[in-house]
Design a protein around this ligand. Structure first.
Ligand SMILES: Cc1ncc(COP(=O)(O)O)c(C=O)c1O
Length: 492
């Protein structure tokens, strides 16, 4: 990454400075705007006062921070250490699947830290458990489910693990299948659960191929099909309507992994094919969606929901030391994890209060902006003779590669452009993809490798929509400089 962003000056209080100016104690203000908002800190303090006041019947007790100078010194060190990061919060970070939490999520999460609830049992987190049930019910309604069983998890992997664990309980000994482009954890989760796993080939747009799936289904050994709605690499959507038709004939369980893509069910600017996929999700047996991806939450916040609430029976267990203060459902009775951060539920609940999960609402519009950013970026790449793109983005992930004499050379150029862009504060990602995703032949390239290193950008911040012009300018110059062998200095 750029030295401008990583250098930390000794003994000074470092501040991330996108311009690479002198690091100092004052916050960076650019064009009258700071990099980090602070208004929420005022609201946090006033809400903290209100929370404290609500416990006024308790005798006073003072928690001290110790010697303030020591506390401050360590926090300065923390701030200095945190500078050694890509600027995930900034629109010029357009690489991996990282999205900053909404200020309300951060603030509500932090406020709840003064209580530190544990959502395993109502005894450990009464208010936050109720908030979790309400927030998860809203997620289920977003997918069209009035009834459901579900809860938050540490992330998408744990959420998928629960879905596949339930699937395994329902059809023991039967296979789990997912596409070649499904998240890598599905095969590992299956191994952990002791279930056989098989990959289903994809078409040249990264979607599960239904004919290949049918060949696997025929012998009757498949218990569960995992459909990915928004693959991690390219944001492809497995063809749910066709998978549902196959389910009628072969009677398997259908799990939708929409850890990344699920919230797009609310967007109003999807392609007709994508809309059909999202409109079919409600027919799945279980769904995973990650509030810590597109749901504006801090890590760690995943979510799994089941259509049939009776799967709760598989979770039944006794815990003589936790479930005694209420007959109401304790979340630990329907989840594999024991202790879980109640704060995650508080952050999610607050976010959904401010930005309800409704079509036509502000949250839905912000997703629309992400897709618009991806379409704009894709159109620029398509119109530029130096690049090739495999397909229009279905969601907000764009992949492309530079044209070159051969596939191997294009991969080298991708890596060089990635580095040169990063030196100029534009942070992209790389993805190793099947060369068949691209029209290598029409580009007159020698096919000397089966996979190609592509550049990849996850444009998952709504601000990306306004920043595409600047992102493009840096990419353009980085490409010129790589091709010409000259460095450029970014004067944005
Ligand atoms: C489609 C999909 N499923 C599952 C996961 C795993 O989620 P997590 O990293 O939250 O465990 C990811 C992560 O990117 C993903 O994109």
């Amino acid at each position: 990454m750029s030295k401008k962003l990583t250098r930390v000056k000794a003994k000074k209080r470092p501040v991330a400075n996108m311009r690479g100016g002198k690091a100092g104690v004052r916050p960076v203000i650019r064009g009258g705007r700071r990099l980090f908002e602070r208004e929420s800190v005022d609201v946090l303090l006033s809400s903290l006062g209100q929370l404290e006041e609500s416990f006024r019947e308790l005798p006073a007790v003072q928690t001290r921070i110790g010697k303030k100078s020591d506390f401050t010194r360590v926090m300065r060190e923390v701030a200095a250490r945190m500078n050694d990061n890509y600027p995930y919060f900034h629109p010029l970070y357009a690489g991996q699947m990282l999205k900053p939490p909404h200020p309300i999520a951060r603030t509500a999460y932090m406020l709840s830290m003064w209580i530190n609830p544990n959502n395993h049992a109502l005894d450990g987190g009464r208010a936050s458990s109720r908030m979790e049930k309400e927030a998860v019910a809203e997620i289920a309604r977003m997918f069209g489910w009035a009834k459901h069983l579900g809860h938050l998890t540490g992330g998408g992997t744990m959420a998928n693990m629960e879905a596949l664990w339930v699937a395994g309980q329902l059809s023991p000994g039967k296979k789990i299948v997912a596409s070649e482009q499904a998240h890598y954890t599905h095969s590992r989760i299956s191994a952990v659960l002791g279930l056989e796993f098989e990959s289903v080939p994809c078409d040249n747009r990264g979607r599960m191929d239904p004919r290949s799936l049918e060949r696997l289904l025929d012998p009757g050994e498949v218990g569960t099909v995992v459909a990915t709605v928004g693959t991690t690499a390219v944001g492809a959507l497995d063809p749910l309507p066709e998978l549902l038709r196959l389910r009628e004939r072969y009677n398997f369980r259908l799990h939708v992994d929409s850890a990344y893509g699920g919230y797009y069910v609310l967007a109003d600017n999807l392609s007709a094919d994508a809309r059909e996929v999202f409109d079919s999700i409600s027919q799945a047996d279980s769904i995973v969606v990650d509030p810590h991806k597109h749901g504006l939450q801090p890590y760690a916040c995943g979510c799994v929901i089941f259509k049939d609430p009776s799967v709760a029976r598989f979770y039944r267990h006794d815990s003589p030391y936790t479930y005694f203060t209420s007959e109401e459902l304790h979340l630990g009775e329907i989840s594999l994890e024991c202790s879980r951060a109640g704060a995650s539920a508080v952050g999610l609940w607050a976010t959904q209060k401010l930005l309800p999960l409704t079509k036509g609402g502000e949250f839905a519009a912000s997703l629309g902006k992400c897709r618009s950013a991806a379409l704009d970026f894709h159109a620029r790449l398509e119109a530029d003779g130096r690049f090739m793109t495999p397909f229009r983005p279905e969601l907000d992930i764009v992949v492309w590669a530079p044209k070159a004499a051969s596939v191997k050379r294009a991969s080298e150029l991708s890596r060089a452009i990635f580095d040169e862009a990063a030196r100029n504060n534009l942070h992209l990602a790389l993805a190793e993809l099947p060369a068949s995703f691209l029209d290598i032949e029409s580009a007159g390239m020698e096919k000397d490798a089966d996979t190609i290193t592509c550049l990849r950008s996850v444009l998952m911040k709504p601000e990306h929509n306004e920043w595409i012009g600047r992102i493009w300018k840096i990419l353009d110059k980085a490409t010129q400089s790589v091709v010409s062998g000259r460095n450029f200095s970014n004067k944005q």
